[in-house]
Design a protein around this ligand. Sequence first.
Ligand SMILES: NC(=O)c1ccc[n+]([C@@H]2O[C@H](COP(=O)([O-])OP(=O)(O)OC[C@H]3O[C@@H](n4cnc5c(N)ncnc54)[C@H](O)[C@@H]3O)[C@@H](O)[C@H]2O)c1
Length: 272
Amino acid sequence: MSHQILEGKKGIIFGALDDQSIAWKTAESVADAGGTFVLTNAPVAMRMGTINALAEKTGSQVIAADATNKDDLEALIDQSQTILGGKIDFVLHSIGMSVNVRKGKHYTDLNHDWMAKGWDVSAVSFHKLMQCLYQKDAMNEWGSIVALSYVAAQRTFPNYNDMADNKAYLESIARSFGYFFGKDKKVRVNTISQSPTLTTAGKGVAGLDGFLKYAEKMSPLGNATAKECADYTVSLFSDYTRKVTLQNLYHDGGFSNVGVSQEIIDAISSAE
Ligand SMILES: NC(=O)c1ccc[n+]([C@@H]2O[C@H](COP(=O)([O-])OP(=O)(O)OC[C@H]3O[C@@H](n4cnc5c(N)ncnc54)[C@H](O)[C@@H]3O)[C@@H](O)[C@H]2O)c1
């Protein structure tokens, strides 16, 4: 897919850690579609990851920013506009982290300081980012802001732990801020609810392998890959989706609307 539907559009992409990251694939797809952008990640992630290779490949510059730090966000937005030569057309928030998930804390025994940290990184950072963009009037009209979510925001997946609550909050922020961004700036704000995907963040969730197989069998079209998510995001950054806003858009092969699939019934029946 290399239609130049983002020709002339400029943006900021958060969250490319390594070549498995959804944000990494998105950067590649956006570049293929003719968009230009600044890449950003937390300073600590830059030391661990390989973001400079992606920057070289896509002709982008990298700016470190902790998405929970408003000073970092302000500097990032100012510098990005200087580098890109004007206001911004698209932003991808591809950020998630739970200390409780990382440390294997059960949902019934959460450390609430860690819970607050994960909430700040995974959800409130989206508000901080949009508030900076809004107050600086940094977005072009008909621009597009996308964050990544997961169906555990609506339905219970025990191993997703406090990330489920963070995603519910993230989706609510998208609607609440999206209202004002739409009214005042003609900018759209959406979340994409993506299939489980093998990435660094994904692997942190206990039992991911079994769950990937389960989701694959439940989804009429199969699980959506990171590359497919990237291509979907390109469409949301393009002028073909100008009136889509305040939505949580499922990109999951149909998983979210299936009660049970025949494959799962067969697997359970044969195991008995
Ligand atoms: N992998 C899945 O199964 C899956 C499914 C649905 C949604 N998502 C969501 O997709 C998004 C991207 O995750 P991914 O799966 O590509 O994993 P990933 O680990 O590659 O990306 C997560 C990113 O968040 C960044 N990050 C963490 N703390 C930060 C901070 N303080 N400031 C700035 N950046 C910070 C990390 O450095 C990393 O680049 C997340 O929101 C995740 O919850 C993932």
